[in-house]
Design a protein around this ligand. Sequence first.
Ligand SMILES: [Zn+2]
Length: 190
Amino acid sequence: MRKIFRTKIPDFLKVNYEEWGREYKEKRNEDKRFKFYWHSKYEDIIDLLALMTNDHCSFCDGFELGAQSRKTIEHFRPKSVFPLLAYDWYNLFLSCDACQSAKRENFEEGLLKPDVDGYSFSRYFIMNYDGSIDINKKASLEDQKRAEITIRLYKLNRIELKKSRKSQLKYFIKCNDLEINDMPYRFMFE
Ligand SMILES: [Zn+2]
């Protein structure tokens, strides 16, 4: 998970997100099967989110989305539990569908949010040559706990990811003039 610099809230969300959130909460209270919808703004939102991450998944940094894994919008705090945040710009992230299906509607306080001040990969995690990510044992106990929650909820050591990161590491070591934004898992090389 790499640091993300959040861009300004788009006007159409600034004006509407509270009302849309309240409406979603009410409709859901009336009928649990009420289907969430994006008020025809899905494409606009996902494009703006993709600009922030250069089209990489916000959690595993997978790239190129669309080729191997579908891109989708992830609610950091799940909309089933936090319906008022369902359209909150600061709760929305570009995600691959693998990270999204790993996390589902789960959430624990302490889960790391990549767009907050003070977040960096190396503060919380270390990278192993086998492609796995570990908790940074030099971090404070609280930070270690947060790293543990984050790896577990997004399944950041799932087998396909470990394999894929390992082969990218090998590739990176072989070539020396790669453009970092064209590669997945950018935190490994920084
Ligand atoms: Zn992902």
